[in-house]
Design a protein around this ligand. Sequence first.
Ligand SMILES: Nc1ncnc2c1ncn2[C@@H]1O[C@H](COP(=O)(O)OP(=O)(O)O)[C@@H](O)[C@H]1O
Ligand SMILES: [Mg+2]
Length: 253
Amino acid sequence: MSEILVADRLSKHFGGLIAVNKVNFSIMADEVTGIIGPNGSGKTTLFNLISGFFPPTEGRITFFDNEITHIPPYERVIKGIVRTFQLVSVFNSMTVWENLVLSSIRFKEKHVSLRKFFFSSAKDKEIKENCLRALKLVGLQSNAQALTSELSYGSKRMLEIGIALSLNPKLLLLDEPLAGLSDGEISEVIDLLKQIKKNFTLVIIEHKISKIINLVDRLCVMNEGSFICEGNPDDALCNPVVRECYWGKREIS
Ligand SMILES: Nc1ncnc2c1ncn2[C@@H]1O[C@H](COP(=O)(O)OP(=O)(O)O)[C@@H](O)[C@H]1O
Ligand SMILES: [Mg+2]
C-alpha cells in the first residue's frame, strides 16, 4: 500500500493555543483511517489544514508526492481532496439536484457565471451522469427536485456525502458524519460508508467509536494537538495512554 498524503511536522497555533502540534501523519491508498480524540483535541483543525481551510503555522503536506501546503481549498478539491463538515453544509434554498450540479460545475471550471450554471453546464452529459450516480448511491433519487430545506438532517448529511462523492475524490475526509443523526440514520450512513470504502480512500473523524470500529483499518488517537497512538483499532483502544486520556488515571489503592 502506498502513501497518498503525508503531513510532516504539521502545526497550527491560534495565538497562544497550539491546536495541532508537530503532527506527522500519512494516509495510505484504499485504507479507511479513523481519527478519534476528546473534544478540542485538534481533529477538525487537522482536517482544515489538510483541506486548505487554514494555513499551517509550520510543517508541510504532500499529496501524491506533490507539495500542497499553501494551495487554496478549491485547487485541492480539483486534485482530489474533498471534505464534509461537522455541521452539515449544503445550500438550503436550492433543490437537491441543484446542490449536486452546482458543486460539480464549481470544481470543473475555475470561473462559472450564474447564467452558464443554469443554461449550459447543467446540461453537460458528464456532470449529469456523475450527479445521477452520486444521487443513487446516497439513495436520494426520489428527492432530486425537493427543496433541500425540506429534507431531514439525515438526508442533508447524505446529500453532503453525495456531493463529495460526485467530485470523484481521491481522498475523502468526513468530519463526524454521524453527529446529530438518529439511530436509523446512523445505520444508513454506516451502510453507505461500508459500500463506498471499496472504491474510495476515507478518513473519518468520529465520536461514536463503537459505530466505526468495524469500518476502519487504522485508528489514530489525538489528544491536545498530538497523535498519542495509531494502529489496529482494537490495539489502539486497549492502549493505556488512550484509556487514560478518555477515562483518566486509574486510582491504585
Ligand atoms: N478558528 C479557530 N480560532 C481559534 N481557535 C480555534 C479555531 N478552531 C479551533 N480552535 C481551537 O483549537 C482547538 C482544537 O479544536 P478542534 O480542532 O475544533 O477540536 P476537535 O475537532 O478535536 O474537537 C480547540 O481548543 C479550539 O477552541
Ligand atoms: Mg471537531
